[in-house]
Design a binder for this molecule. Structure first.
Ligand SMILES: [Zn+2]
Length: 269
């Protein structure tokens, strides 16, 4: 009942904004796959950190597809004192809600799991995305090409929701020079540093994306976050629940570092 009331209030507010002609923002959602909060906090990432205040949040999932489903159902990570990511229905499918409002939706990622899941679901997962690019991003690092595609999508459409799932921070980690498969040959500190360099590398590219958006003068709501954290050893590695060691032991156990993620929100005008 209370939820219905609050939802009604948010809807009313949005409709009033529409009526008085307040500009609808574009939405840019940037997810750094597997990026830990402590890594992001320590990284020299001036472009992303200039977007808004860095907050620590907790993910509702510890592996990618389950986190994606949550974000696409408009759920915020835990601990941000917000009830939803965007002023649209929660529990609904955000791309559908955005389509109703005249948005064009895009998903850009080298992550192979999402197109595979989409295939298994006979196209249901991604059909509301007007543009979806996955398999063409087949290099060690793809963020340059994703920035180019995201800017084209931005410039070719009036109202956009763009979801960037970037993989440089995911193992194999691209540290700005080459992709590294860190486990289990390095120590946790070196893997921490690999991921930090990946954040810094991504940050340079985000600077180009943000400048392009800024030059357009169009109001854009930007969220920068992660889907989950990562265990960096020395005993527990990775983030996927079903992964086993050579001796059939789980490679992960419940840990804060699996769920602590960065969250930044701000507006580019
Ligand atoms: Zn992930």
């Amino acid at each position: 009942m209370i939820i219905d009331y609050l939802y009604g209030f948010i809807e009313l507010k949005r409709r009033l904004y529409d009526l008085v002609g307040i500009e609808k923002p574009n939405y840019l959602f940037i997810c750094l796959d597997s990026c830990r909060y402590d890594v992001f906090k320590q990284a020299n990432a001036p472009n992303m950190k200039a977007i808004g205040q860095l907050k620590q949040a907790h993910s509702f999932a510890c592996f990618t597809p389950s986190a994606m489903i949550g974000f696409l159902m408009n759920f915020p990570p835990i601990g941000l004192n917000i009830s939803r990511l965007y002023p649209y229905k929660k529990w609904a499918w955000l791309p559908v809600e955005l389509h109703k409002e005249g948005y064009k939706n895009a998903f850009f990622s080298p992550n192979a799991v999402l197109p595979l899941l989409d295939l298994n679901l006979k196209g249901s997962l991604l059909k509301e995305f007007d543009v979806k690019e996955f398999i063409k991003y087949d290099k060690e690092t793809n963020v340059d090409e994703i920035v180019k595609d995201a800017l084209s999508f931005f410039n070719e459409n009036e109202l956009i929701y763009s979801f960037l799932l970037l993989m440089e921070t995911h193992t194999p980690i691209f540290d700005g020079e080459k992709a590294k498969i860190p486990y289990p040959i390095q120590n946790p500190k070196s893997v921490f540093d690999f991921q930090m360099k990946a954040v810094e590398f991504i940050d340079e590219k985000m600077g180009i994306l943000f400048d392009g958006i800024r030059d357009s003068g169009r109001k854009t709501d930007v969220i920068i976050t992660s889907d989950h954290g990562e265990l960096l050893g020395p005993v527990q590695w990775g983030h996927n629940p079903g992964d086993l060691t050579f001796y059939n032991q789980s490679r992960i156990t419940y840990s804060n570092e699996l769920f602590e993620i960065p969250f930044i929100r701000g507006t580019i005008n």
